[in-house]
Every structure is written in structure tokens, then in C-alpha cells.
Design a protein around this ligand. Structure first.
Ligand SMILES: [Fe+2]
Length: 367
């Protein structure tokens, strides 16, 4: 029975996610972290298993993957995971696009992991830098021009959603959560003159594609625009992190944008929970209703560096969580650290994600 009274059976700490006294805190919860739930207090680490069959956590270093756009200006991103609601890809473009592109199956949200550059969009030029989210509405035409530099490449995590991506509706915290919309960068229109070439190629990215349109003029020719459907960038440095001193909050408080079946979150630097006995490491769970992708942008966890560019996939129904050793260390070092400086991008999906062959071929095989 669902009730405002939460039942307690057997041995349970009085506070949530605290004072475990050797027990392993494991949540069996519905609807991400917002539905009916049971916290189980176990004797053993629930991630201590050996798996056989397709459902298992996958870890891959994005630096080991080889998107075609890393070596060929005419190449495209590499698909990492997909389902009917979204496609998650990796791009590492070195050269300016010799074509324009238009994702016609859905909205596009890109996270800039490395590099800086320019996007020529129909709405105007948009500069991008590390830590930016770049939003491109469905069927918007754009062209990427990475800055020439010693590294000379832009690493993008690309999330394409079938449904329209929206900012979450304002909740109890009001309209400046998850972010202050006035801190987004919105382009001013700048039409680009033709350069004398015969044709401009616009590559339409879609299921069963691509299709190519050829124009005799530069398609970035917008003199002006008005409305509420536009491209923008937003840097994670400007994101408002919600915290609590006495409990580790669930990941859903860090929501950034959402579409049907797809939730995008930022886990960013914040004060560590300060009340003694509070667990600072997310509890074990098997995220019953959502697959989870985590992309480690940077930072460390209580002095342990996190590998930049690591991508992890945790399928729904399969336990995952930080290793027990890391939890013990966080408890031991409670007084030494007052902040968490992780920078992790997370994508939760209602439907199961299928890892691509390239991802499976580079699985670090830690499970
Ligand atoms: Fe998780």
C-alpha cells in the first residue's frame, strides 16, 4: 500500500542515507528517485556480482573511441547508445565542417567536453567553450568551426531526442532553478555572404539517411528572427547546485533539460554534506525504471581524480554504485574534505539503451 507512512521492518538506521553501521544502503525505487521506494539495508555489497548475458554495466574511455569526424572533415559523430527516444553520440571534430548539417529527427543537445570554436547557426553565430551545453532546435541548420589550436579538436557528447527538449517545469524552487534563463547565451542574427562556390551542401541527419540538400546560396542567410524557439548555449559554471547539509540529495534535483523518456542532469561542485554520519556517496541502486549514462567531464571525489572522458552505462535493473572501498574512504576522510568537486554529466532514459558495437568493443570490462 502506498502511504505517507513509510514502513520500517527489521534493522534500519533512523536517518535516511546515514549512520549505516556497516550495513549497505540499497534503494529499490520507481520512477527514477521520485516514485514509490524501499531502502534495503544489506549485509553485502550488491554490486559484487559476476554477470553473464547482455545486461551489465559498460565503461568506456571516450578517448579510445574513433568518431569519423576526428580524422575526416566530411565524417560524422560516432553513435554510442540509442533507443526509440534518443541517440547519444561522440564527436571529436578537428576540421571545420565543409558542409552544413540539420538534425531532422529531433532536438540536439551537445556538451562541450574539450575545445572551443564557433557554430554558424540560422539564429546567428554561437561561440562555444568547455563546459557549455549547446542546444540546437530540431531541424535548425548549423555548421561547426573548431578553433585552430595545439589540440585542434572539439570533443562533444551529443544527445539527440525524438521529443522536444524542454527546461523542467518550475517546481517549489521557482523559475531560477535549474538555471537562470538570463544567463543563457542567445545568438544575434548575422547572415553570411556567399563565397562564390557553386553549391552549399546541407546534410540532413535522420533515420535511414542522410539526405543532402544543395543550395546555390549560403543557407545561413537570416537577417532577423523573433520567437521562442532558438539555439542557445549555457555553461555549467552558471548552473545553480541545490544541496542539503544533512542528506545526499537524489540526482533528480540536478535536472537540466528533459524530453519524453530522457532526463539530462549536471552533477557539479558543491559543499559536501556536513552533518556527522551522513553518507556523502550516492547509495547503491538498480535504478528500476531508467538506464543511466554518466560522462565524467572532470574533477575528483574526495581527493580521488575521476578519469576525464569516461562514459559509463548502467542498465535498469542491474545494481551499480561507487565501490565499497570508495565509500569507506569517504567516511574515513569525512573531516578532511568539505567539498565535492566532481563534474559529471548524466542522461537517464526510460527505455533500455543499446550500446553500439564500437562501445562494446572498447568496454573496459570492469563488470
Ligand atoms: Fe545511478
Amino acid at each position: 500500500m502506498e502511504s505517507f507512512v513509510h514502513l520500517r521492518k527489521g534493522r534500519t538506521p533512523r536517518r535516511l542515507h546515514a549512520d549505516l553501521d556497516g550495513l549497505k544502503d540499497d534503494e529499490l525505487g520507481r520512477a527514477g528517485f521520485t516514485g514509490r521506494t524501499a531502502n534495503m539495508y544489506r549485509r553485502h555489497d550488491p554490486t559484487a556480482y559476476r554477470s553473464a548475458g547482455p545486461l551489465r554495466p559498460v565503461d568506456v574511455l571516450s578517448g579510445d573511441l574513433k568518431p569519423a569526424d576526428a580524422t575526416d572533415a566530411r565524417g560524422g559523430p560516432l553513435l554510442m547508445f540509442d533507443n526509440d527516444d534518443c541517440r547519444i553520440s561522440l564527436s571529436r571534430r578537428h576540421e571545420p565542417m565543409p558542409f552544413h548539417t540539420r538534425h531532422v529527427d529531433g532536438d540536439l543537445l551537445c556538451f562541450v567536453h574539450r575545445g572551443a570554436g564557433l557554430l554558424e547557426t540560422e539564429f546567428g553565430p554561437l561561440r562555444y567553450r568547455e563546459g557549455d551545453w549547446v542546444y540546437l532546435p530540431k531541424a535548425c541548420t548549423w555548421r561547426q568551426v573548431p578553433d585552430p589550436s595545439s589540440e585542434g579538436a572539439t570533443t562533444l557528447l551529443m544527445i539527440e531526442t525524438t521529443d522536444e527538449l524542454r527546461v523542467p517545469p518550475p517546481g517549489a524552487l521557482g523559475r531560477h532553478f535549474p538555471f537562470d534563463p538570463s544567463q543563457a547565451t542567445i545568438p544575434e542574427p548575422v547572415p553570411i555572404d556567399d563565397d562564390g562556390r557553386d553549391e552549399y551542401e546541407v546534410r540532413l541527419i535522420h533515420d535511414g539517411g542522410p539526405t543532402t540538400l544543395y543550395y546555390q546560396h549560403n543557407p545561413i542567410d537570416v537577417e532577423g528572427w523573433r520567437g521562442d524557439n532558438f539555439a542557445f548555449t549555457f555553461n555549467i559554471a552558471d548552473y545553480n547546485v541545490v544541496t542539503s547539509d544533512s542528506v545526499h540529495l537524489p540526482p533528480t534535483v540536478h535536472l537540466f533539460m528533459q524530453a519524453a523518456g530522457v532526463y539530462v542532469m549536471n552533477f557539479l561542485p558543491k559543499p559536501a554534506e556536513g552533518v556527522p554520519g551522513t553518507e556523502r556517496t550516492p547509495w547503491y541502486h538498480r535504478n528500476v525504471d531508467y538506464d543511466e549514462i554518466a560522462f565524467f567531464h572532470g574533477g575528483s571525489l574526495y581527493g580521488i581524480p575521476m578519469p576525464p572522458g569516461l562514459v559509463t552505462h548502467a542498465p535498469q535493473g542491474v545494481h551499480h554504485g561507487a565501490p565499497e572501498k570508495a565509500r569507506e574512504r569517504a567516511r574515513r576522510k569525512f573531516d578532511e574534505h568539505s567539498r565535492v568537486d566532481w563534474q559529471v554529466i548524466a542522461v537517464d532514459t526510460r527505455r533500455r539503451l543499446t550500446p553500439s558495437a564500437e562501445v562494446l568493443a572498447h568496454d573496459l570490462g570492469q563488470h
